[in-house]
Design a protein around this ligand. Structure first.
Ligand SMILES: C[S@@+](CC[C@H](N)C(=O)[O-])C[C@H]1O[C@@H](n2cnc3c(N)ncnc32)[C@H](O)[C@@H]1O
Length: 241
C-alpha cells in the first residue's frame, strides 16, 4: 500500500514551526494539552496493569507527551517510534533517559523481536491512519507482545457526540495543511479483534471520566480534575489472553 504519511505529518510540523516557532510547534504537533494529557495517557496504562518494571512500546510517540511523565514511573525499557525525526529529537531531549530508545518508524512495522513487550500503545495515532494501516500495526503489536501483554489505542467515532467537533473542524479547516483525521467504529474494532484473535478487554467512552488520577490534573483552560478524568478519545484495550 502506498503511503505519504511521513510527508503529510512532516509538512504539518513544518507549517506549525512557521506559525508558532520551533518550541511551541513541538508541543502543538501532537494535539493539545501536552502536559496534562501525557499524564492521563500514563494513567490509562497504569489503569490497565502497567507496572514500573514493564516494557512499553509507544507507537507514534510524537514529541514525548507520554514519554515525559512515563519516565517518572517506568523503570523498565521503552521504545518510542514516530515518522517525524524532529519530534523524536525533541522527545529524546525532553525525557533524558539514555537507556530508552526513540527511533524512526520503519513503516508499518515495529523494530522489536517477537514476544518482548508488556504494552504497545497508540495514543491518537489510528486517528491519522487508513484502516488497513491501523490493522497492519495491530498485527505488528500482537507480534511483539508477551503472552500477557496488552495493546491500548485511542480512536475517534461518530457514535460519540464529543467527536463531532473534530469532524466539523475538519470541514472548516479543509483548506489548511492538516493530517488526515480518521474515524473508526466499535464494530470495526471488534471485527479486527476477532480476526487478530485478541480479546477486547475494554472500550471506554471518550467522555467517561474513568481514568484514575494519582494527583490533581490541571488542563490548559484552568479546569482541574481531582480523582478521575477522560482522555477525549475513546480508549480500546486489547489483550492477548
Ligand atoms: C496526534 S500525534 C500523537 C502523539 C502521541 N501518541 C501523543 O499522544 O502525544 C500522532 C503522532 O503519530 C505519528 N504518526 C503518524 N503516522 C504514523 C505512523 N505510520 N507510524 C508512526 N507514527 C506515526 C505522528 O508523526 C504524530 O507524532
Amino acid at each position: 500500500m502506498k503511503s505519504d504519511l511521513a510527508k503529510s505529518y512532516s509538512s504539518f510540523v513544518a507549517s506549525l514551526k512557521e506559525r508558532f516557532g520551533s518550541q511551541d510547534a513541538m508541543r502543538q504537533a501532537i494535539g493539545a494539552e501536552f502536559d496534562s494529557f501525557g499524564v492521563l495517557e500514563r494513567q490509562v496504562l497504569i489503569q490497565y496493569g502497567l507496572r514500573p518494571d514493564h516494557y512499553v512500546i509507544d507507537v507514534g510517540c510524537g514529541s514525548g507527551r507520554l514519554a515525559k511523565p512515563l519516565s517518572q514511573y517506568l523503570q523498565g525499557p521503552y521504545l518510542g517510534i514516530d515518522l517525524v525525526p524532529e519530534l523524536l529529537d525533541h522527545a529524546r531531549e525532553l525525557v533524558e533517559r539514555p537507556d530508552w530508545r526513540f527511533e524512526l518508524a520503519p513503516g508499518l512495522t515495529i523494530p522489536e523481536k517477537d514476544g518482548a513487550a508488556d504494552f504497545v500503545c497508540f495514543f491518537s495515532v489510528f486517528t491519522h491512519l487508513l484502516h488497513e494501516q491501523s490493522y497492519s500495526y495491530l498485527l505488528e503489536a500482537k507480534r511483539v507482545l508477551k503472552p500477557s501483554g496488552k495493546i491500548i489505542f485511542t480512536f475517534l467515532e461518530f457514535a460519540m457526540a464529543c467527536h463531532w467537533d473534530v469532524f466539523a473542524a475538519n470541514l472548516e479547516e479543509a483548506h489548511r495543511e492538516h493530517p488526515l483525521n480518521m474515524f473508526l467504529s466499535r464494530d470495526a474494532v471488534r471485527t479486527w479483534a476477532d480476526h487478530l484473535r485478541l480479546r477486547v478487554e475494554a472500550i471506554d467512552d471518550c467522555d467517561n471520566p474513568s481514568v484514575p488520577l494519582s494527583e490533581p490534573l490541571r488542563l490548559d483552560d484552568g479546569r482541574v480534575f481531582h480523582d478521575r478524568a477522560s482522555l477525549g478519545q475513546t480508549i480500546c484495550v486489547l489483550a492477548m489472553n
